[in-house]
Design a protein around this ligand. Structure first.
Ligand code: UDP
Length: 479
């Protein structure tokens, strides 16, 4: 039997790629008549070694008749990587060629949210296109809303919607007014070229046949509902939570952490981790260390060294701990109750029963993982849309405690918008480790829902996936 082939174009950055590959695995697991080809463009901006070794390992493990990877050649004359959307647009000829080289016409494109301009190729080849939105429905809703406002009112700078920078906006998908200061950086960074570019980019989402969102109805709350009812928004398929729960044998580093956690009482350890790009400067590291120490709790802290100033993506140094920034004697004083590690096996840590709280930068994957394992979360956003995520968790869903909602880290300048003091860290850690029973039971409920939605009987995300597949099959029959 010939299979229905889908072309997936992820953004080759770990947060996006892992989620997209897991989504592909879910599709072929539930629909064996579908095969998926990943087109991987050459991405100079981020972790190329990590990406390559991940793709190699997946290629070894997966059946190429189900999921296969094609790596595209690098651009002969790449633009400045800071011109990110231009860089992506220039991939189009390579994508077109790769698709035309397929033995038969693919049934659909599934494009990462950053790759919306590839819809041009899909249209040209008369192939339906879908967006796989690796972030939450709160961000999708906000982006589409601002694009609509820009088109209707000609206002691109959303901070001009009010005359007070401290002000709040009413967004249809949120039940509370949204403070300007928790809006995604791309919309409020006045010095950047992004607001205009991002609005042009988001407008393309509307040309897709559907948007698959890595969230689920209960977590998306009002935003999914509003999106589904709005005109000129493609069909929304909440298909999450799609997680990368690597169940392979633990590495040596992971074993060391797990062995240590095995020796700690239940829910006694707080875990601090700030995402793939998370790092702080020495001043902030000292405050965190002092706050942690004073809180008295056991801890695991993923603490990585700053990037070299001026590097394009500002990624922290891999496998290097920023120990020279720690207060004198900190490691000796806390060694018996805490572990400092560079890259953390986050999923393994969150799954362990010794973990009682998670201080998180509120990246979307981290949020889904903490919910999946039912770990109470304290918000400390840093970049991208994480402030909006923190606001959604604290104010909209009442699922998390706040350390900060409006902290913003400038990856290039390596500076926060303010210093979070040791006292605030101490209070935040205590709050998350002693989360009140009502909130705790909400977290527990959401955790159970996050598992149930994927189940074949009645799971809302499973239903969305089934609808998406039915739509593709119908298009294939009609073409
Ligand atoms: N992650 C990890 N160890 C780390 C930092 C991050 O395993 O030290 C994983 C984490 O489990 C999550 C992903 O990397 O799956 C980070 O994605 P998220 O969307 O939370 O944040 P981003 O890195 O994109 O800001």
């Amino acid at each position: 039997m010939t299979k229905t082939e889908l072309i997936f174009v992820p953004t080759p950055a770990m947060g996006h790629l892992l989620s997209t590959v897991e989504f592909a695995k879910l599709i072929v697991r539930t629909n064996p008549n579908i095969s998926i080809i990943f087109l991987i463009y050459h991405f100079v901006i981020n972790e190329p070694t990590q990406i390559n070794s991940y793709i190699e390992s997946q290629s070894r493990e997966l059946d190429p008749d189900q999921i296969d990877f094609i790596t595209l050649p690098p651009l002969s004359n790449p633009p400045d990587p800071a011109l990110y959307l231009t860089f992506i647009h220039l991939q189009n000829p390579l994508i077109r060629k790769a698709v035309q080289d397929r033995p038969s016409k693919p049934a659909a494109f599934v494009l990462d949210l950053m790759n919306a301009s590839m819809i041009d190729i899909a249209n040209e080849l008369r192939i339906p296109s879908y967006i796989y939105f690796t972030a939450g429905a709160n961000l999708l809703h906000t982006m589409l809303h601002f694009q609509e406002v820009a088109d209707e009112q000609g206002i691109v700078d959303v901070t001009l919607l009010t005359d007070d920078p401290e002000s709040e906006l009413d967004l249809p998908g949120f039940t509370n007014p949204v403070p300007n200061k928790v809006l995604p950086s791309v919309f409020i960074d006045k010095d950047s070229i992004w607001p205009k570019k991002i609005i042009d980019h988001v407008r393309r989402f509307r040309e897709a046949k559907g948007i698959l969102v890595n969230s689920f109805t209960e977590l998306g709350a009002n935003t999914i509902d509003v999106l589904q009812r709005q005109e000129h928004v493609p069909t929304i398929y909440p298909v999450g939570p799609i997680l990368s729960l690597d169940d392979s044998k633990p590495s040596n580093d992971e074993e060391f952490i797990v062995n240590w956690l095995d020796g700690q009482p239940k829910a006694s350890v707080v875990f601090l981790c700030f995402g793939s790009m998370g790092f702080f400067n020495a001043e902030q590291v000292k405050e965190i260390a002092e706050g942690l120490d004073r809180s008295g709790y056991r801890f695991i802290w993923s603490l990585r060294k700053p990037a070299e100033v001026g590097t394009v993506a500002g990624l922290p140094s891999e496998h290097m701990i920023f120990d020279e920034a720690l207060p004198d004697g900190f490691i000796d004083r806390t060694g018996h109750k805490g572990k400092i590690i560079p890259w953390a096996p986050q999923v393994v840590v969150l799954a362990h029963q010794a973990i009682g709280g998670f201080v998180s930068h509120c990246g979307w994957n981290s949020i889904l993982e903490s919910i999946w394992f039912g770990v109470p979360l304290a918000t400390w956003p840093m970049y991208s849309e994480q402030q909006l995520n923190a606001f959604t968790l604290v104010k909209e869903l009442g699922l998390s405690v706040e350390i900060k909602m409006d902290y913003r880290w400038d990856l290039r300048k390596q500076k926060g918008n303010y210093l979070v003091k040791a006292k605030e860290v101490e209070i935040g850690v205590k709050k998350v480790m002693n989360m009140d029973e009502k909130m705790k039971s909400k977290v527990h409920e959401m955790s159970q829902k996050s598992r149930k939605v994927l189940q074949a009987n009645d799971g809302s995300s499973h239903d969305s996936l089934t609808r998406f597949i039915a739509e593709i099959n119908q298009d294939t029959r009609l073409s």
